[in-house]
Design a protein around this ligand. Structure first.
Ligand SMILES: NC(=O)c1ccc[n+]([C@@H]2O[C@H](COP(=O)([O-])OP(=O)(O)OC[C@H]3O[C@@H](n4cnc5c(N)ncnc54)[C@H](OP(=O)(O)O)[C@@H]3O)[C@@H](O)[C@H]2O)c1
Length: 260
């Protein structure tokens, strides 16, 4: 799999897939590590996902990166979430402010942790285009290293200002919701094998892979984090993380298929 700024280009999201189910997390994480995935995204908002992910990664953290989040309006509660995370994961490589919640209050202590070398990167996330102006303001402050945002053929608002801004400021981009989020609305209608045939030379065998490759063919994207509860899908998704990448023609073709 290709590596960019944050490690393997296909990571693993953990929203609503295994929650507190440690056994399921273990099989999914086994598949991810086996497929060359190095980045794992979580949050205190995802039920018991952080604890389950931490147990699944125990003893095999070398070469991996945990990207998790602080999700609370209160700094003291944020610090408590961080302490829990250090117990779950030993260390947090990427600490993000979830959905911009109290980002100005959390930024100073998160930057302090990063500057002391206890966190590699700090970031900020939002899922809604309605909050992209605020996300932009947070990035323009110049202190965040990563931004997490939605990007798929049905959700392209980030292309207007956020992706160019991240590129200009050298901020790494993590893409959430590559299939449109929980329930994967973009996967509801699967193009036929004949429709996917023109993408076969790019290593694409499934519609999920076409969508992931569509995201990663934008070189401003560093990491995409599809979530799945099924080990076989982890391998399928990871396989989309190798070149060759789509050019403008193939990207436009995927966009047309996604509109049908
Ligand atoms: N505000 C934020 O910070 C924020 C918001 C949203 C998401 N995120 C992060 O981004 C991650 C990804 O987003 P998401 O989970 O919302 O949505 P997503 O990755 O677009 O879609 C997840 C859904 O896709 C299905 N799926 C995965 N691989 C598949 C495949 N190969 N074939 C068919 N179905 C497949 C999964 O179902 P199965 O389990 O049945 O495979 C799951 O229901 C999250 O897990 C989370 O880590 C962050």
């Amino acid at each position: 799999m290709e590596s960019r700024t944050l490690g393997s280009v296909v990571g693993l999201g953990t929203y609503a897939t295994f929650e507190g189910d440690a056994a399921r997390a273990r099989t999914v994480v086994d598949a991810a590590l086996g497929a060359g995935t190095t980045s794992f995204d979580s949050s205190p908002m995802y039920g018991g996902a952080e604890g389950a992910l931490g147990r699944a990664l125990e003893g095999r953290r070398q070469g991996t990166a945990v990207a998790t989040k602080i999700w609370t309006p209160r700094v003291d509660e944020g610090r408590r979430q961080y302490e829990d995370q250090r117990r779950f994961f030993e260390r947090v490589e990427i600490e993000q402010v979830h959905n911009l919640v109290a980002w100005e209050a959390h930024l100073p202590w998160l930057a302090e942790e990063r500057d002391a070398g206890r966190i590699d990167r700090i970031g900020v996330t939002h899922w809604s285009a309605g909050s992209f102006r605020e996300l932009e303001r947070a990035l323009r402050g110049g202190r965040f290293d990563t931004v997490q945002l939605p990007l798929n053929p049905h959700e392209r608002d980030a292309e207007q200002r956020l992706l160019p801004l991240a590129e200009e400021l050298g901020i790494a981009v993590i893409v959430m919701r590559p299939f449109g989020g929980t329930g994967a609305p973009l996967l509801r209608r699967m193009p036929s094998a004949a429709e996917l045939a023109p993408l076969r030379d790019f290593g694409v065998e499934t519609w999920a892979q076409a969508l992931l490759k569509w995201v990663l063919s934008d070189q401003r994207v560093d990491l995409v984090i599809p979530a799945t509860s099924r080990p076989e899908r982890v391998a399928e998704n990871a396989a989309a993380g190798s070149p060759p990448w789509f050019g403008p023609e193939e990207r436009a073709y995927v966009e047309r298929l996604a509109r049908i």
